[in-house]
Design a protein around this ligand. Structure first.
Ligand SMILES: Nc1nc2c(ncn2[C@@H]2O[C@H](COP(=O)(O)OP(=O)(O)OP(=O)(O)O)[C@@H](O)[C@H]2O)c(=O)[nH]1
Ligand SMILES: [Mg+2]
Length: 364
């Protein structure tokens, strides 16, 4: 076809008819055939064999919000359950910049030197941040990310903290069934996500930094109380003395806490993830703890408590979702909220009215 601009009719100052645009996809690129959907049995077989591609696909189903994916995911998890549980699960928490990614890289290599396989998972409820940290982690977990015995999976991004945490817990089951005998669960130490991680690990490691002022400022008592071990990172160069000082401050603060149920006194150590100083000592402490609680029965007890906790969490989550997704409730919520704001209705009466509507509907 002749180009329209060469025609005598063409005038530069008026809108002329354009030419047909070529497809933005190269015709030479053959479309990839759609992958055949795996059955539940195929997923389970692949996972139990330790096939990481199948494992990744199963984790994607766990993370999916589509109901049809969730149905398959739940069946796969259930069938994997008998193969799970044979691992040590370590929670690693610290404020942004504490050195979690750098440390996980050296910690990972340290534990893998003894053999076995390591899965690194994360709980990060703010999806925006996790997008950034995937990039950061690729460079900061330089050695681990290419290690043949490691599986690194960033946090499921969408949803509430409870939802994200549940998916991570389910992913632990799949990883264990695939033969991963060490699981790290990373979280940013800025709030409630620690509680979620604490509820799914055997050992909770809190990474701290030596600051300038009072070291203990800004750390919630609850988070310190959850820690089975506190480690002060970046104990290198000029920072060494300050790190040691911070460690002694943490030690004396911990003395004021009651003895944890595990019977284990949380320890405080200094190390440098970047320069690989003191990493062995951190891991000796963790292995000592595991031996200690396996001996006194607390290991088993804590896992049972966690299973119970997750059962109730699941109930709460599903009840809440069912309530808020209910059509009638959605229309009534605004109205009741206005009533409360205007002072026509107490908060309790509004809640009761809404719950009555919801439960009456269920009975119909
Ligand atoms: N001097 C020193 N610097 C370190 C050490 N560990 C980490 N860093 C530096 O601290 C910065 C933050 O480290 P990351 O490992 O990315 O920290 P993070 O906790 O994963 O941070 P977020 O992913 O943002 O939450 C980087 O510039 C690291 O190079 C250490 O042991 N010593
Ligand atoms: Mg990081």
């Amino acid at each position: 076809m002749e180009h329209p601009e060469n025609s005598g009719e063409y005038k530069g100052l008026i809108v002329n008819q354009g030419i047909e645009q070529p497809s933005s996809v190269s015709p030479y690129l053959k479309r990839k055939p759609k992958r055949r959907k795996r059955s539940v049995a195929e997923f389970v077989e692949g996972i139990v064999k330790g096939d990481v591609t199948v494992l990744s696909q199963a984790v994607t189903l766990v993370e999916s919000v589509k109901p049809e994916h969730q149905i398959i995911a739940q069946e796969v998890i259930e069938k994997c359950l008998p193969y799970s549980g044979n691992s040590i699960r370590i929670g690693i928490s610290g404020v942004p910049g504490a050195g979690k990614s750098t440390s996980i890289d050296v910690f990972g290599l340290h534990v893998l030197a003894k053999g076995g396989k390591l899965a690194v998972l994360a709980i990060d409820p703010s999806s925006e941040r996790s997008k950034g940290s995937i990039l950061g982690d690729k460079t900061r977990m330089e050695k681990l990310s290419v290690h043949p015995k490691s599986f690194i999976r960033p946090s499921p991004s969408a949803g509430s903290l409870g939802g994200v945490a549940r998916k991570t817990r389910e992913t632990i089951v799949l990883c264990e069934a695939a033969g991963f005998d060490k699981i790290f669960v990373e979280t940013v130490g800025v709030g409630q996500s620690e509680t979620a991680v604490h509820s799914m690990v055997d050992f909770f490691l809190l990474i701290q930094l030596a600051g300038t002022g009072d070291e203990l400022q800004g750390i919630k008592r609850g988070i310190m109380e959850m820690a089975d071990g506190i480690v002060i990172n970046k104990a290198d160069g000029d920072n060494l003395d300050r790190a040691k000082l911070a460690a002694s401050q943490f030690r004396s603060a911990l003395h004021l806490f009651p003895m944890p149920d595990s019977g284990w006194t949380p320890q405080v150590l200094t190390y440098s993830g970047f320069y690989n100083i003191g990493v062995k000592e951190v891991w000796d402490m963790i292995y000592n703890y595991i031996d200690f609680v396996k001996d006194n029965g607390y290991f088993e007890y804590r896992r049972n408590e966690q299973s119970k906790y997750w059962m109730y969490e699941s109930i709460n989550e599903q009840l809440r979702d069912s309530f808020y997704q209910d059509q009638r409730i959605q229309t009534l919520l605004q109205e009741k909220e206005q009533g409360v704001l205007r002072g026509n209705l107490t908060s309790f009466a509004a809640a009761k009215d809404l719950l009555d509507v919801y439960f009456r509907q269920l009975r119909q």
